[in-house]
Design a protein around this ligand. Sequence first.
Ligand code: ZN
Length: 143
Amino acid sequence: MGSREFARGRRVVARLPHGGDLLAEITAIADEHGMATAELRAIGALSEARLAFYDQATKTYGEFDVPGTVELLSLLGNVSRRDGSTAVHAHATLAGHDGACVGGHVVPGCRIFACELILQELVGEPLERGYDEVTGLPLWRGL
Ligand code: ZN
């Protein structure tokens, strides 16, 4: 455990493409602007949604589909590096037609209906992910 300081860098605002995959499109924007480390937030709507929950006992993710179309109330996360590639880690809070919420770890399979993304670049030595023995998760190294 630890911490490190970063400076604020560029801020990129993007409208993500209708029909695109949420994680893939955010990754593409980060790559397009050469952002190795960033924080992200977004709102919008999804025509299909798939999330995951990490079981701490078995150290495995269980994925689940969210039925229907949903509002993307809040997408929070970050961009860092893993195995030489851009790694987007994001958690979503979604709401259906009655306002009831569901949330989880975003995995491939979230289809964008509309999405407004803000990426805030963090300038410094890029954050790298690596396997963490204690949690079984690909956590940040060097902190
Ligand atoms: Zn997560």
